[in-house]
Design a protein. Structure first.
Length: 418
């Protein structure tokens, strides 16, 4: 495992281009298994999660070219097994997205417990329920074992939870169920809409993408397609935080305006001078102010993936900010390390934290317990006095490609140690 050494107190500035959305890349790769023809994905993020997913496809019999680059070519003429490699599955929450394609083409799927952030807090109940509605049944065996002896059938499904991957699982399965399926209380996030767009390119009839009700006309012959991934707005927001917390200026290219709007609204409440200029999101040197209250919400609300970063940002803002993430408990617990950096925090409960600022932070040893809080702690270390060391860096590199190179390109004094 690697360690990132960070010398704080340097203003970051310059330009950076975001790559494709991590949360789109994984379901799009899973969707490539639905057809025997070649699919080409461009602007793919060069991150470890994508590499793990690509290697899972290889393990199942697909041909995958370009691993480690921004262009992946995938063709799966035959799925040779119905149980993906358990070690790889254990590293990636998104491996659950393989259930639908495996059931569609093999009639059976056996999946070890998926890994990733907070694995014990994120159940597969929504995924399993939607697959059972389409004819799957659970059978005894290690992990999650499902069979569809009579094939997938269309269904009218109400998702108990508007889960992103739960919605994507239902979409992938419904694409291969002959007839009309309706998914209600569907997640509306941009990466769900992007999966719908890609499935349409494959030949699936879909309406309602980006709304709580998605209708799928599935079961037709699917063909190959080429798709350029949309820019990752969470990555774009992360770079904006890095600029604002260090008092810098930055231009962020390739994020869509309609996606950046949700994070920009909170930034502006914190007096960050920012906005879109064509395809570029600009952040100018700003005097940070407390936002009062920041609450996460289902899309188009403020995304939970930005909670850790905005909490760190609030340590440098004048006044008190209440950050409320009702979706996940452990994001805020991971930020308790900020207290040892001299941040003024009051953890009300697992979902709410009060941040008083501004406070001069001190460098220290940091533990990257999950992807997003790891990036937030890097932002804190960049603003802190003295040196910090964060490990394991690989946790953060799951979602941020070429992280060290890009930080250095913005003027950060950082180094990666084995």
């Amino acid at each position: 495992m690697s360690t990132l050494v960070i010398e704080g107190g340097h203003r970051l500035s310059g330009s950076v281009a975001v790559e494709g959305n991590k949360n789109s890349a994984l379901p799009l790769l899973a969707a490539c298994l639905l057809t025997t023809e070649e699919c080409v994905l461009t602007n793919v993020p060069r991150i470890s999660d994508v590499e793990v997913m690509a290697r899972l496809l290889l393990d199942l019999g697909a041909r995958v070219e370009g691993i480690g680059s921004t262009t992946l070519r995938v063709r799966c003429q035959e799925l040779v097994k119905d149980e993906p490699d358990g070690a790889l599955v254990g590293r990636l929450r998104g491996s659950v997205l393989l259930l639908g394609p495996l059931l569609a083409r093999r009639g059976r799927a056996q999946l070890a417990p998926p890994g990733g952030d907070f694995p014990t807090r994120r159940t597969l109940a929504t995924h399993i329920e939607s697959l059972e509605a389409m004819g799957a049944r659970m059978v005894a065996g290690p992990g999650h074992v499902l069979e569809v002896p009579d094939g997938l059938r269309p269904a009218s499904i109400y998702l108990y939870e508007a889960s992103v991957t739960g919605t994507e699982t239902a979409l992938l399965a419904a694409s291969c169920a002959a007839g009309r399926s309706e998914i209600r209380h569907a997640a509306c996030e941009p990466h769900v809409a992007e999966l719908c767009h890609f499935l349409q390119q494959l030949g699936v009839g879909i309406s309602g993408a980006g709304t709580p009700t998605i209708v799928v006309e599935g079961g037709g012959k699917l063909h190959g397609a080429q798709h350029q991934l949309w820019g990752d707005y969470i990555e774009g927001g992360s770079w904006a935080v890095v600029a604002a917390i260090t008092g810098g200026e930055i231009e962020i290219d390739a994020a869509r305006a309609e996606d950046m709007e949700t994070v920009a609204a909170v930034f502006k409440r914190m007096n960050i001078q920012c906005g879109m200029d064509g395809s570029v999101f600009r952040v100018e040197q700003s005097r940070l102010q407390a936002a009062g209250r920041i609450t996460t919400g289902l899309w188009p609300g403020f995304p939970s993936d930005m909670v850790s970063l905005v909490t760190v940002l609030a340590t440098q803002a004048s006044g008190q900010t209440l950050v409320h993430d009702w979706m996940y408990e452990l994001r805020l617990f991971a930020l308790e390390q900020l207290s040892a950096m001299s941040a003024d925090l009051f953890l009300c409960d697992p979902h709410r934290i009060i941040v008083s600022g501004p406070r001069r932070l001190r460098g220290r040893l940091l533990d990257s317990r999950d992807l997003r809080s790891g990036m937030a702690l890097i932002a804190a270390a960049l603003a802190a006095d003295g040196q910090s060391k964060l490990a394991p860096l690989e946790m953060v590199e799951r979602g941020y490609g070429r992280l060290v190179d890009r930080l250095q390109g913005l003027g950060a004094k950082v180094a990666k140690l084995p």
